[in-house]
Each structure stands twice: as C-alpha cells, then as structure tokens.
Design a protein around this ligand. Structure first.
Ligand code: LLP
Length: 409
C-alpha cells in the first residue's frame, strides 16, 4: 500500500475504495510487484551460489500467485496432495515440486512420488517404507530436526527437540542403517527451523548442523534450509537482513561444498518473505461502538478470514484508508464472528466512521489459506493487482458453495 502526495492510499495507483466498489468487501488484494521485488531480493542475496527458491505455498495457494511465481523462476514446496495439484494446475512440472509432508498417510507419499515430485522424508517409519517400496529407484531428501529453537512464537517453532517435525539429528545412526539396508538414494538434506526468525545466528547454527550431517551422505545434490525469514509486521520492526544472511550462508556453503568435494544446490522455502507484504485484507467498518470502557470498531470480517492475530497474537498494521488524515483515537478493532475475535487492541487509528475501509497489511501469507467458513460465513474474494491492473482471481463464496458438500438437502 502506497501513500500518494494527496495523502491517499493506493495499490499500484488503485484506491482501496475503488477495489471494494468493484469487487466487494471484505477483499484480499495482492500486489504482484511486491512479490517480484521480494523474489528478486532473495535471488540477489544468494547470487553467489547455485540457489533455488521453493515457495512454501501453504502461505498462499491462489493459482494466479502460483503462476506468477512460476513466471519469475520460483519453484514450489507443498505439504499435501491438494497443494501438489494446485502446483500442477499452475503449470509446474512435478519435478519442480517438493513434497514436505508431516506425518501423512504413506499412500499420499506414494502418489506424490509416482507423480514425479521429490519427497522430504520426515520420519524413520516413512524412511523404512520408502526403502521397502522404492529401494534405490526413486530419490528423496531427509528432513532433519536439528534441535534448535527459534521463531517468532512457540506455535511456529519447528526444529526444537519437542517439535513433531522431521527426524532428530540424534537418530543419525538409525537413518544411515535404513538408508544402507535399502540402498535409498538420498539426494538432499532438509530442515525448516520455524517462522519469523530475525537473526542470522539460528540460520547459521542449523546450516552448520546440516553441513556436518551431510558428510555422512555421499550422493547429495541439495541442502535445503527451509524458510522462516522475518518480515516487518509492525512499522519499524527489525527483519531478517537478507544481504547479511546471504553473505554469511554463502561463505559457509561454499566452504562446505569444497570440503564435500562437489558443487551442491542450496534450496530455501520461504512463504512469508515472498508473499506476506504483497497482501492486504480490505474490510469495511460495520459499527463503531463508543463503549464506556473502549471504542470498538466492528468490521465485516473476523477470525474466519484472518486468524493470525487470534492464533498467534500477531500484530497486523491497520490503515484507515477512508480517512488517512483524521484525528487519531484508540480503538479495539474486532470482527463480526460470535467469538472474541480481536484484530487489535487499543490501536490508534485516524477517526473511524461506519463504512470506512480499513486495510490489514501483511495479509498475503497465511491469510486466505487459513480462512474458514465458521459461523457459515463466506470467504472473501481475492484480487491480484499486476502491471497496474486489478484482476479478480477468486470470486467471493456464496451460500451454494457452503451447501455443496452437504447431503440430504
Ligand atoms: N518450509 C516448511 C517445511 C514449513 O513448515 C514452512 C512453514 C515454511 C517452509 C515457510 O515458512 P515461512 O517462510 O512462511 O515462515 N501460520 C503461521 C506460520 C506457519 C508456518 C508453517 N510452516 C503464521 O501465520 O505465522
């Protein structure tokens, strides 16, 4: 969202009010230019090595976004057969897609492998099954749990000892035994530390653990360091310094490759870094309630559309796009769901009036994909603004959509 010289917010020159008038409210709007800029920054930071980006599409599976990713040379990381199909529909070849399951039924892994995707094996039983099923005929990566705790919130840390994800690095002997027994072709090691990681240090720590572990696998082609780069949710928030991280990881990776004796590919799987800032959730103020304790602003949305504030206590910056220069007042911005769905408490916003359009920033990642039909509410429409043009890329749901799977109507 940009602020023009006339103090008007716009997305590539288009006013939120115009978007809401054309496509309705609430509305997810993605700025394609921001996605291109973020991907380019990541590519630049790691330009010294053979690096591939695998977009963690759990953060945003709109096909228009996936197609844009494909256009700009970003490949995919998926976690389910559904996401794999989305990737294929967006035009990806299966071999550009990595399947990173988390305790899924083995038949899903079989289908993914048979479709041509590359799998990150995340447990010893799955590794054993993989060996029995495919022997040395199909390559795979192994997801290592390095036992490092990092991330912006306990719920989004995925590499500490208590985390359910991956195979503990302490089980290396057992991994090697199974690999040897079935002669499994391990082409890569993978790990993902967590989300919202600001400092370079945890990334370097896990990279070192992975490089050390890699010495036991002679046929590697890939080291995958996952995603988790921190974006700025709050104005002035410190974010991952990508240039610094790029320099540091590049130096270590090059050293590792020369010790290993071969050039390897370095993969990353960012979700938020690529799409979070591109997305805005536009909502309309339904009621302004001046309660003795608080001023409440109700909007035509709730935890059914953007659950991050309620689930992780996440801060999303809010703009009153209808009154950018109004006098600031404190508000609790709340939803219309029959739960305490507070988006923001005691937030200072330019005076909010009924009908004003508010924008929740940084809603491009884990916004729509985590939405639901709670309270029999419809999910919002999605719009992609690219090259100065706004295009509807998902229509708003209707009652028919809600009833589609119910029987005996
Ligand atoms: N790779 C793997 C294996 C992952 O599990 C994830 C995220 C990513 C990559 C991408 O992480 P990112 O770059 O987006 O931080 N819903 C939470 C985040 C959950 C992340 C789950 N895994 C949120 O809204 O903060």
């Amino acid at each position: 969202m940009q602020l023009s010289d006339q103090n008007q917010y716009t997305i590539q020159g288009i006013a939120p009010a115009q978007l809401v008038e054309q496509f309705g409210s609430p509305l997810y709007v993605y700025d394609g230019q921001t996605i291109r800029r973020k991907a380019a920054a990541l590519q630049k930071a790691f330009s010294g090595v053979n690096m591939k980006i695998k977009f963690a599409c759990k953060s945003n599976t709109n096909l228009a976004v996936l197609r844009l990713m494909r256009e700009i040379g970003v490949e995919l990381d998926v976690v389910s057969p559904g996401e794999l199909e989305m990737g294929k529909l967006a035009g990806y070849q299966a071999n550009q897609i990595t399947f990173t399951p988390s305790g899924v039924p083995f038949y899903e892994v079989k289908e993914a492998v048979e479709a041509g995707a590359i799998v990150n094996v995340d447990s010893l039983p799955l590794l054993e099954w993989f060996g029995q099923t495919f022997g040395n005929t199909k390559p795979c990566l192994i997801r290592i749990k390095p036992n490092v705790a990092a991330g912006g919130h306990a719920k989004i840390m995925t590499a500490h000892a208590d985390s359910k994800f991956g195979i503990s690095v302490l089980l290396l002997d057992q991994i090697l035994e199974i690999v040897k027994k079935y002669d499994i072709k391990i082409i890569g090691l993978h790990q993902h530390t967590g989300s919202d990681i600001k400092d370079a240090e945890p990334f370097l720590k896990v990279a070192d653990i992975l490089f050390e572990t890699a010495k036991h696998f002679p046929d590697l082609e890939i080291v995958d360091l996952g995603g988790g780069f921190k974006v700025s949710y709050m104005p002035g928030d410190a974010i991952t310094d990508m240039e610094l991280l790029g320099n540091k990881i590049t130096a270590r990776f090059k050293k590792f490759c020369s010790e290993y004796g071969r050039e390897l590919q370095l993969w990353f799987e960012p979700g938020k870094f690529l799409v979070s800032e591109s997305g805005n959730l536009l909502v309309t103020t339904t009621v302004v309630k001046e309660d003795p304790a608080r001023n409440f602003v109700h909007v035509d949305s709730g935890l059914n559309h953007l659950i991050r504030p309620m689930m992780y206590g996440s801060y999303h910056h809010i703009l009153n796009t209808s009154n950018p220069t109004g006098e600031e007042k404190p508000y609790n911005v709340v939803g219309y769901i029959c739960e305490t769905d507070t988006f923001a408490s005691d937030r200072h916003l330019p005076e909010v009036r009924q009908g004003d359009i508010l924008a929740f920033l940084n809603a491009g990642a884990y916004g729509f994909t985590m939405s639901s039909n709670y309270n029999a509410r419809f999910r919002p429409a999605e719009v992609l603004v690219d090259n100065g043009e706004a295009r509807l890329v998902r229509r708003r749901e209707t009652l028919e959509d809600l009833l589609l799977t119910q029987q005996g109507l």
